[in-house]
Design a protein around this ligand. Structure first.
Ligand SMILES: NC(=O)c1ccc[n+]([C@@H]2O[C@H](COP(=O)([O-])OP(=O)(O)OC[C@H]3O[C@@H](n4cnc5c(N)ncnc54)[C@H](OP(=O)(O)O)[C@@H]3O)[C@@H](O)[C@H]2O)c1
Length: 268
């Protein structure tokens, strides 16, 4: 596969990216809420670039069906998807795609997931947070408690997952965490107030993760190697490959340049 994009614009600057795909080769990336089209695009791009993907979903059947569609993308040496029940993988001959069933809004379930992942694969390098969903409409009067609680699950999952794997990303040579937020944060509408509020809170959380990475590096007298990035998009439909490509490229970018930044994705 040719090296993905050699430059990117970060904070208005064009940053040279040397070997975007080689930077992610050999990394282990957890996709939190993988069973959507964007999860599939990300898994494909990461596997093609030589990383191992741990795809997490809450429904075993949906996850297995999703993983089956990715098998041809894994290459001739890859094994089929694994679940925790299949036991730990090994560094040599480890599968490119591993599936894990977990309710990411359940703190104890996520703690067990982290134990299984660490036992089987060691520390991870990246997290792509995709748990989301949309509910809205009906102006402010239509912002129901039920819809808010549904949407809040994505923030809960983000909090649980990022806490469980924070030490991994700080220890990695290139820890990369990313969330997918919405342009609604910059322009909230009454009919999407619940959604915008949850996305704004998720952005605050992602920025706090970024500050934690920076503080840990500073306190340890080490260069910053981990980065937490916010992708913002209006509608993801049709931009799944762009999201995947941008996430892969984060590994080749300098953590200092991208930590605590917002990257807007838009149709070409
Ligand atoms: N779609 C858009 O136009 C758009 C626009 C702006 C931002 N975004 C954001 O982009 C991200 C990705 O969006 P998307 O539309 O690709 O995916 P999504 O449908 O919002 O959710 C991604 C996956 O998360 C899984 N999930 C939900 N709750 C879970 C839980 N408790 N534990 C484990 N997995 C869980 C879902 O699995 P199940 O199959 O089990 O439900 C689903 O496959 C989201 O954060 C979304 O808010 C999307």
């Amino acid at each position: 596969m040719p090296e993905a994009g050699l430059t990117a614009t970060v904070r208005g600057r064009t940053v040279l990216i040397a070997g975007a795909t080689s930077a992610v080769r050999g990394r282990t990336v957890l996709i939190a809420g993988a069973t959507s089209a964007s999860g599939a695009a990300a898994a494909r791009a990461l596997i093609a670039a030589g990383s191992r993907v741990i795809a997490v979903g809450r429904d075993a059947g949906r996850l297995e069906h999703w993983a089956a569609t990715l098998r041809p993308a894994q290459g001739p040496d890859a094994q089929g998807p694994r679940t925790a029940a299949q036991g730990p993988g090994t560094a040599a001959g480890a599968p490119a795609l591993v599936t894990e069933v977990c309710d990411l809004t359940d703190e104890s379930d996520v703690a067990l997931l982290a134990d299984r992942v660490h036992d089987a694969h060691g520390s991870i390098d990246g997290i792509l947070h995709l748990v989301g969903g949309w509910r809205g409409g009906g102006g402010l009067a239509g912002q129901t408690e039920e819809d808010y609680r549904f949407l809040e699950q994505s923030l809960t999952a983000l909090r649980c997952v990022s806490r469980a794997f924070d030490a991994d990303l700080r220890a990695s040579e290139a820890g990369r965490s990313a969330i997918v937020s919405s342009t609604a944060v910059a322009r909230p509408l009454a009919g999407g107030a619940n959604y915008a509020a949850v996305k704004a809170a998720s952005e605050a959380w992602a920025r706090a993760v970024a500050q934690g990475f920076a503080k840990a590096a500073r306190d340890g007298g080490e260069p910053l190697r981990a980065a937490s990035v916010i992708f913002r998009v209006k509608a993801l439909d049709g931009l799944e490959a762009q999201l995947a490509d941008r996430y892969v490229r984060l590994f080749a970018e300098d953590a200092d340049a991208i930590n605590d930044t917002i990257v807007e994705l838009s149709p070409a």
